[in-house]
Design a protein around this ligand. Structure first.
Ligand SMILES: [Zn+2]
Length: 411
């Protein structure tokens, strides 16, 4: 343990111990009858539960001494030996457990919270709090079986139900147990507004993807129906239906689904484009290709968006990218400035220069993180429906091309 860490712990424990001592003093004072006559001399000894916590402070000082000497295990033993964990001193033990957990010393936090749980005189509220803290320790330690059991038990109590269900949801998401996640999400929705309303539609989509992976198209469609029941116009469901349509040789349906996704969720253009092109390529191009050409609208900003999304999707060699590239260079001032400095007006670039430039941009983007979470900033080369950093759903968007361009909003 570093000195900084020790000092942090010491300061926090000192504050916690002082707070516990003060609370104990106030409670003792409140409990004592108000004297109407001069106070009698102190009784020689009080029952143990009413004894001022002087001995407790001595124990703490001993524990703090071990911490200062960078002997956290001995300190822990001192704190665990302290038998005076009761309703008046328990807060200091909770504080110690929280500090250990925040420091990543989960095993120590578990021992502290198990120690609290073992005390027979605790109030039911403190026992519940200790059980919750222990369940959080298990979760943090990756002991999901134990965490699940504890949170299941806590979900039975009125006071902790919502918080326990939220943890259960995180456990099932991490374990990719989508059936359980759906059930818990429904329970939560009945009690409180869910933190992430679209999550349940994603769970159905995950099940649909699993069914597709097993070749069970009908089961996949059934899961997609359920996704649509809980979330209308859900783009991920539409994209999976487009994938199925391509496999079932229904290119028009695939193109229609993708077009609808982009109309409602423009930032998903980079996910829709490759599907549309697959639909076009695998079949009689005629009608569908004309439909795709309708995507290339005359407005420069729309053409720039299309070119950028195609480069993000690895489609930089497509003819339409070359055609739309000058618009991207005009819309992206940083990139446009670089090009102008070496080749003049972007509109005057030869077809070969545009092709070469698109290929370069594609190579650059492949070496960088093309997507970023708008909630926590986690960046990745691939798109995720759920951010691996903060677990938010639907938070990933393509990053700006040079990431210094304030003018273009690509979210
Ligand atoms: Zn995130």
């Amino acid at each position: 343990m570093s000195l900084d860490l020790s000092l942090d712990l010491v300061v926090a424990l000192f504050v916690a111990a002082a707070a516990g001592w003060l609370v104990a003093q106030f409670r003792l004072r409140d409990r004592a009858p108000r004297p109407t006559v001069p106070e009698p001399p102190p009784r020689p000894s009080l029952p143990r539960s009413q004894e001022p916590p002087r001995r407790l402070n001595e124990e703490y000082l001993k524990g703090l001494g071990f911490l200062l000497n960078e002997e956290p295990d001995k300190a822990l033993e001192v704190f665990l030996r302290m038998v005076d964990v009761d309703n008046e001193t328990v807060e200091t033990h909770f504080a110690l457990g929280t500090i250990y957990r925040r420091r990543g010393e989960v095993e120590r936090a578990i021992r502290i919270h198990e120690n609290i749980m073992a005390r027979p005189t605790l109030s039911s509220e403190h026992r519940l709090e200790a059980m919750f803290a222990l369940a959080e320790d298990y979760f943090r330690a990756g002991l999901f079986d134990r965490a699940e059991r504890s949170f299941r038990q806590l979900a039975e109590s009125d006071a902790r139900r919502v918080a326990a269900l939220r943890y259960l949801l995180r456990i099932y998401e991490q374990q990719r147990d989508w059936d359980q996640a759906i059930a818990v999400h429904k329970e939560l929705t009945a009690l409180a507004s869910p933190e992430q309303p679209t999550a349940i539609a994603h769970y159905h989509c995950e099940l649909a993807e699993q069914a597709r992976g097993r070749g069970e198209v009908d089961a996949a469609r059934e899961h997609l129906h359920r996704a649509r029941d809980v979330q209308r116009n859900f783009p991920r469901g539409a994209l999976i239906r487009a994938d199925i349509a391509i496999e079932m040789n229904q290119p028009e349906l695939a193109a229609t689904l993708c077009q609808r996704v982009v109309e409602l969720h423009p930032r998903l253009l980079a996910l829709a484009l490759p599907r549309v092109l697959r639909a076009v390529r695998g079949n009689d191009a005629g009608e569908i290709e004309r439909r795709f050409n309708a995507w290339i609208r005359p407005e420069p900003s729309a053409r720039a968006e299309l070119a950028y999304a195609a480069i993000v999707a690895g489609l930089e060699q497509e003819t339409f990218v070359r055609d739309c590239l000058p618009d991207l260079l005009r819309e992206d001032p940083s990139l446009g400035e670089i090009v102008r400095s070496v080749a003049g007006d972007p509109g005057q670039l030869t077809p070969q220069q545009r092709t070469d430039l698109a290929a370069s941009l594609g190579r650059i983007l492949r070496r960088t993180q093309r997507y970023r979470c708008v909630d926590c900033g986690f960046a990745s080369a691939s798109h995720f429906w759920q951010c691996p950093g903060c677990r938010s759903w639907d938070a990933f968007a393509p990053v700006a091309l040079l990431d210094v361009t304030p003018g273009m909003q690509r979210r």
